[in-house]
Design a protein around this ligand. Structure first.
Ligand SMILES: [Zn+2]
Ligand SMILES: [Zn+2]
Ligand SMILES: [Zn+2]
Length: 254
């Protein structure tokens, strides 16, 4: 299986509109960050974690012609904003796309996209065809990929990370409860929120992420959901050897 970083950027994307800072004007392709999302791909199964606001572009860039499941971490718009672009997948297969999330996440998807669920009068326009599946903390399987939900805190909000074998994805978090830390032992790869150098009320700063790395001790860590305050080349020179910034298109062999 491969994990592919589809987007490594914070909610505005990088560059951010209206900004002329060093990162937003950088010519380094690793400083071009679409909204945060991850692709999991085995020979038989394709899973997308979050339909980011850049979902369509991400699916085109990585030639994702079929999706077996979409798994949501939480309902912030940068993670659900591409939901309407699930439409072509059902056109192709004639079947709804299986969508997984916490009850609250699915409720916000219903209220954000009411036309997809018959909650407003149909207009004749095409709508995403999906089958919603509520997640608990129990592991679940899509095709041949088994995902273990990892409860995380994102400011005052409950969100989910996911572990697949010895790879874990924990974006949009600034606190990992102790019970969840126990689910994150023995990792080969951890993809972890690391928004920027200074603190933030809902995301790990890079120093806070490094403290998590020290506790969990994965072989290698990639920081994601990165803001324009972080210049890739500059940050890489300051990080310990087992910690890197993720970048769009990064492929992790699992
Ligand atoms: Zn986010
Ligand atoms: Zn900027
Ligand atoms: Zn968020």
């Amino acid at each position: 299986m491969q994990a592919v970083v589809l987007g490594s950027g914070t909610s505005t994307g990088v560059p951010s509109v209206c900004c002329t800072c060093a990162t937003c004007t950088s010519t380094d392709p690793r400083d071009k960050r679409l909204r945060t999302s991850l692709l999991l791909r085995s020979d038989a199964t394709t899973v997308v974690i979050d339909t980011s606001s850049d979902f369509r572009q991400q699916m085109l860039s990585h030639a994702v012609h079929h999706i077996d499941g979409v798994v949501f971490t939480h309902h912030h718009f940068d993670h659900i904003g591409g939901f309407d672009d699930l439409r072509p997948y059902a056109f192709h297969t004639g079947n709804p796309v299986d969508v997984y999330g916490m009850p609250e996440t699915l409720n916000v998807i219903r209220s954000t996209y009411p036309y997809a669920f018959g909650l407003v009068k149909p207009t004749g326009a095409s709508v995403p065809q999906v089958a919603l599946h509520e997640l608990t903390n129990a592991s679940f399987t899509i095709g041949d990929i088994t995902l273990q939900p990892i409860p995380l805190l994102h400011g005052g909000m409950d969100v989910l990370g996911f572990r697949v074998a010895d790879v874990a994805y924990c974006t949009d978090t600034n606190a990992i409860p102790q019970a969840s830390r126990e689910l994150l032992r023995g990792l080969r790869v951890l993809i972890l929120d690391g928004l920027r150098w200074n603190e933030h009320p809902t995301h790990f700063s890079i120093p806070e992420a490094l403290a998590v790395v020290e506790d969990l001790n994965p072989d290698i860590t990639y920081l994601t959901h990165i803001s324009h305050n972080v210049l890739h080349r500059d940050a890489e020179s300051k990080l310990p050897p087992n910690v890197h910034l993720a970048f769009d298109g990064l492929v992790i062999e699992c």
